[in-house]
Design a binder for this molecule. Structure first.
Ligand SMILES: C[S@@+](CC[C@H](N)C(=O)[O-])C[C@H]1O[C@@H](n2cnc3c(N)ncnc32)[C@H](O)[C@@H]1O
Length: 390
């Protein structure tokens, strides 16, 4: 197949996959943008694909060009960079987002050609190219905190014929020289909206950003800047992105939270740990917004340090101050009663139980029924969450 035909076929296939995910055809301007920014031009030779077991496997263009090309035009996120943590663990630190997610977020932006847009998280440059096609390169600024990514993205953008302004900076500061913006779109998640984003968005402009809580990484904030300097928005039920580097918290359960000699309070609960940390993402998001700074992790071999032994599966809870923790144990048999241990100034399981009871009494609202009101507060912002009337 000649290269043009191969690209047309791959793009046609990708557009169909995106339409299947969205349940609707890709709107014409976004289809044209995808043609003007062929995704493979933005991808590095080495990609990391999900291995189906919670890990990643390499996909090297030099060794397996067909598999690499197929990956480039699948509707899936592709990890393009790992970073080593001080303890030696590797975590994904940049990726090319899933194309259908990119399209959803661009639709949510509702900007018009000629409007000024700031992207936080340049990554590969793919989204910056789409934005450039939609709004004009001269109206697009994109920042990433990683200089290597910026250099690569700049080259790819030139190759694809786009020239947005690409800067290496901490996106939590926005990019004041080109402000105000009609839209700010982030492709890394935040737990609070950075104050500069609020200040640098023009009245009536949009902020679209993946949302994160310590409990749950899910949802996309779509907010509109109000004349009084606040923003009003809601959480769309999609999106799971890596957290912006400036809001990352480096706390580990076994290193920082659990200590010898801690004596937890013991009790039992009838609330299944899977109700708050299982497949119900709406419940997870509600708990995360209600109990900020509290995170959880599952332990399927809970025989290490901690409360008692003999549990089959344990849900751990801890707070961002590393002062309180709790655990909820499933013994492998009883699904109506679970053993609880709580330690520290906060009774974390009690807090989560109350949040879940509110979620149930509110009629188990889907994420998009939660309204966020974002206020400037000193150098930061604060958000209030309300339930929209049905
Ligand atoms: C999902 S990737 C971006 C995908 C990108 N938009 C694309 O089209 O390829 C998230 C990016 O956010 C960047 N990032 C994380 N923290 C940041 C910060 N504080 N300021 C700017 N960029 C940041 C990461 O370096 C990473 O490249």
């Amino acid at each position: 197949m000649n290269p043009c035909t191969a690209l047309d076929a791959a793009l046609g296939d990708l557009l169909q996959q995106i339409a299947d995910h969205l349940g609707a055809p890709v709107p014409a301007p976004l289809r044209a943008a995808l043609h003007a920014a062929p995704r493979h031009l933005f991808l590095p030779p080495l990609l990391w694909l999900r291995d189906g077991n919670g890990g990643y496997e390499p996909c090297d263009r030099a060794q397996d060009p067909e598999r690499w090309w197929h990956a480039a035009y699948r509707d899936a996120p592709l990890v393009t960079q790992f970073t080593e943590l001080p303890d030696g663990d590797l975590i994904p630190s940049s990726s090319a987002s899933m194309p259908s997610m990119v399209i959803r977020m661009l639709r949510a932006l509702e900007a018009r050609p000629g409007q000024r847009v700031l992207e936080i998280g340049t990554g590969t440059g793919f989204n910056a190219a789409l934005l450039s096609h939609l709004y004009g390169s001269e109206n697009v600024t994109s920042v990433d905190i990683d200089p290597d990514l910026i250099h690569r993205a700049e080259r790819a953008l030139r190759t694809s014929g786009h020239r947005p302004s690409v800067r290496c900076a901490d996106g939590a500061e926005g990019w004041p020289p080109a402000a105000p913006y009609d839209a700010i779109i982030a492709t890394c998640a935040v737990r609070t909206v950075p104050r500069p984003w609020l200040d640098q968005t023009a009245t009536g402009g949009r902020i679209v950003t993946p949302w994160d809580t310590a409990w749950c990484n899910y949802g996309t904030l779509i907010a509109t800047k109000q004349p009084d300097g606040t923003a009003e928005g809601f959480l769309a039920p999609y999106g799971s992105f890596m957290l912006i580097r400036s809001q990352q918290v480096d706390i580990e359960l076994h290193r920082d939270v659990l200590r010898p000699g801690q004596t937890p309070e013991r009790s039992t609960t009838r609330l299944s740990p899977w109700s708050v940390a299982g497949n119900d993402l709406n419940a997870q998001a509600y708990v995360g917004l209600s109990v900020p700074g509290v995170w959880h992790s599952w332990d399927t071999e809970p025989d290490g340090p901690g409360p008692g032994t003999g549990a089959h599966t344990r849900l751990w809870l801890a707070d961002d101050q590393a002062t309180s923790w709790a655990s909820v144990d499933y013994d492998g048999h009883r699904t109506t009663t679970f053993a609880v241990s709580q330690y520290g100034p906060r009774n974390l399981w009690d807090e989560v139980t109350r949040a879940h009871a509110q979620y149930v009494s509110a009629g188990r609202p889907t994420l998009d029924r939660l309204r966020l009101h974002i206020h400037p507060e000193g150098p930061a912002t604060r958000h209030e969450v309300r339930l929209a009337t049905a």
